[in-house]
Every structure is written in structure tokens, then in C-alpha cells.
Design a protein around this ligand. Structure first.
Ligand SMILES: C[S@@+](CC[C@H](N)C(=O)[O-])C[C@H]1O[C@@H](n2cnc3c(N)ncnc32)[C@H](O)[C@@H]1O
Length: 343
């Protein structure tokens, strides 16, 4: 998720201030993982495909009056902007998609944060495009390449294009894609939680931050009386994967939503979650605590919330402060499974 003053957008803005007119031109443009920023004012009136699959990010752009899309850009463009995410394979895929769509002489401009691997992402972009010009600011790198078909590495382009495709997770039958949490292998914490879910789950439930649907599939696969299972997930690509992975399960309902804003369901019998957390000091478990609040608020009295978390994250005080009782069901491999019982 991007913050309101994302340094990648700030770096791009200051790059543009140094190169006025760099985004001008009437041809179509595409922005991969689009973010709010002053650069948006330099884009209109050309047609622009704003691609953002993160719900809070998409909502921030929609509030600016932009039409945000969750389908990857697929039409020719004379300008492509890529905001690099923490998912390297996804970024390479976006480079390749952009390089494929660009007209000859068209510009690819990338903004990447240093702590998300900007130096290496810059090298990879140069390999693909045959060279880049670089500008550094706000702990980010902005690099620019013009499409020259003679310099383009077509082998890399094909490999990275295919790299964004669906990917089976070994021995699970689950499908995933780059850009999703734990996309290559099941998360250890989620597996621990699945092992400690009781056999008597029944009625109406929710999976908060459902990802590609692993926990939900575990719940729906066992012989239980599940009437409704609501999957809430902010990453549209993950929800697409979950839809695919839970095909044929009529109890599953899919919500592209920011859980921290609260849930549109109530009086649930159970909630399961492996909430997102930031490893950075400041944010610590704030996002996860918001998940706990949303989950407990949606339960009926006597309802149960099952949560897995890194052992050091302090969710129990939040649970108790909200008037529920917290109990540890299991601890292993650096994780703990907590049951919160709503009074
Ligand atoms: C730790 S992962 C768990 C994924 C999945 N349940 C699993 O077990 O593999 C947390 C998930 O929460 C999603 N997420 C992050 N912030 C969110 C938010 N504000 N609202 C809804 N989902 C969010 C992430 O995209 C990610 O898929």
C-alpha cells in the first residue's frame, strides 16, 4: 500500500520539474501501479490507462476523479510510467508489458525506492531497454529509457512477460501470480493457522486479507456446515486468484475491500485472518490491529476470531481492550495462533 506522500511519486515529480514537458504529447499513456502525485497534472489531456489493483491506492486515485482500472494495460502507448513495488517479478513483468506496448521512440519512466531494490531494478531495466538515464531523489531512483527496437532484448521481454502469468503452487493445486503475498509457496504462519482451526466451524464466516484463498479453501474443503464465507482482500489480483482457486464453492463471496475501513457484514460466527504487518518499527502491528478491530466488530456474541501472527506482535492487549478474551492455541516456528472469543 502506498502512503499519501509516497516517495516514488515525489521523486517522479521532482524529475519532471527538471525535465518540463517530458510527459507531454498526445499519444496514449499507461501508468502501472499508479499513485497520486503532481505528475498527474502533467499527463492530461492524453488518454491514460491508470492501472492499480491495490484497493486503497485505487480509491486514492478515484477520489481525484480518475478512472482507475484493474486490467493490465494492453493497448499501444507512447509513454509508460512504472511505479516499482516490492515484488521484483511483478516489476519486471511491468517493464516487459510496457516495452511491448510502447511505440518506437516511446518513453518508459520508472520510479523505484532504494529500499525496494532500485539499483538492481535499474540494471534490469537497462538490460531490457539497452540503457537508461538515471536521476536520484527522495531515496528513490527515477530512470528513463526510450524504446529502440534494435536495442531491445527480446528474450528478456518474452521471459518477463510470461513471468507475470499464473503460477501453480507446488503440491497444493492453488494458482497464484507475482505481486501476491507468498506467491511461490504457502506461508508458514497460514499453514500453522490452518492446522489449528477447529472442526466445528459452521455458519457464516470471513477471511480477512484472504490472499489467493488458501485459508478459505482449507475451511471449505473440510466437511463443515459453512453457509457463507466472505473473503476480503485489498489486492485485486489476489482476489482474482482466490476466485479461481475456490471455483465451485457457492458459499464463497468475494470482496475487493480495505478491511481497515470495517466490514459490510455482521453477526458472523467466525473470522480467520493472517493479517498483513509491516516489519518497520513505527507501523509494527497497526494494520493487523485494525484487522482485529474489524473482525471482532463483525462477530456475533460468542463468535470466534482465529488469528496467526509473528510471535512478537502484541495483538492480545487490543483483543482484551475490545472486550474479547484472547487465548493462545499454538506457538511454533516464530508464529502464534490466537483465538479471540467475543463476549
Ligand atoms: C499475510 S497475507 C495473508 C494472505 C492469505 N490469507 C494467506 O494465508 O496466504 C495478508 C493479506 O492481506 C492483504 N491486505 C493488506 N492490506 C489489506 C487491507 N487494508 N484490506 C484488505 N486486505 C489487505 C494482502 O494483500 C495480503 O493478501
Amino acid at each position: 500500500m502506498a502512503s499519501p506522500h509516497d516517495p516514488r511519486a515525489a521523486a517522479l515529480d521532482s524529475f519532471i520539474a527538471r525535465h518540463p514537458g517530458i510527459l507531454a504529447g498526445g499519444g496514449p499513456a499507461a501508468v502501472f501501479r499508479a499513485l497520486p502525485g503532481a505528475y498527474l497534472d502533467a499527463l492530461p489531456p492524453r488518454p491514460v490507462h491508470y492501472y492499480q489493483t491495490d484497493k486503497p491506492g485505487a480509491d486514492a486515485l478515484a477520489r481525484l476523479g480518475l478512472e482507475v482500472r484493474t486490467d493490465e494495460p494492453a493497448s499501444p502507448a507512447s509513454l509508460c510510467l512504472v511505479f516499482a513495488t516490492k515484488h521484483k517479478e511483478e516489476v519486471l513483468h511491468h517493464y516487459a508489458r510496457a516495452a511491448a506496448l510502447l511505440d518506437e521512440g516511446g518513453s518508459l519512466i520508472v520510479s523505484a525506492a532504494n529500499d525496494l531494490g532500485a539499483p538492481s531494478l535499474e540494471r534490469r531495466c537497462a538490460e531490457l531497454m539497452g540503457g537508461v538515464e538515471t536521476y536520484s531523489k527522495h531515496k528513490c531512483r527515477v530512470f528513463l529509457a526510450r524504446k529502440d527496437p534494435a536495442k531491445l532484448d527480446r528474450g528478456l521481454l518474452e521471459t518477463w512477460l510470461q513471468g507475470g502469468d499464473w503460477h501453480g503452487i507446488a503440491d497444493t493445486g492453488l494458482m497464484s501470480r507475482p505481486g501476491l503475498f507468498s506467491w511461490k509457496a504457502l506461508d508458514l504462519g497460514s499453514r500453522l493457522l490452518a492446522r489449528h482451526l477447529p472442526d466445528d466451524l459452521a455458519g457464516r464466516g470471513a477471511d480477512l486479507g484472504a490472499g489467493y484463498g488458501y485459508l478459505s479453501r482449507e475451511i471449505l474443503a473440510r466437511p463443515r456446515q459453512i453457509a457463507e464465507l466472505h473473503l476480503f482482500e485489498s489486492e485485486h489480483k489476489a482476489l482474482d486468484a482466490a476466485r479461481r482457486n475456490l471455483e465451485g464453492h457457492p458459499a464463497a463471496q468475494f470482496h475487493w475491500a480495505d478491511v481497515t475501513l470495517g466490514l459490510p457484514v455482521s453477526r458472523l460466527d467466525f473470522v480467520v485472518t493472517n493479517p498483513p504487518f509491516h516489519t518497520g518499527r513505527a507501523a509494527l502491528s497497526a494494520l493487523g490491529r485494525a484487522f482485529v478491530r474489524a473482525g471482532l466488530a463483525a462477530l456475533k456474541p460468542g463468535g470466534r476470531l482465529f488469528l496467526v501472527a509473528n510471535r512478537h506482535l502484541p495483538y492480545e492487549p487490543e483483543i482484551e481492550a475490545l472486550g474479547a478474551r484472547a487465548a493462545t492455541l499454538a506457538e511454533a516456528e516464530g508464529f502464534k495462533v490466537i483465538l479471540a472469543l467475543k463476549h
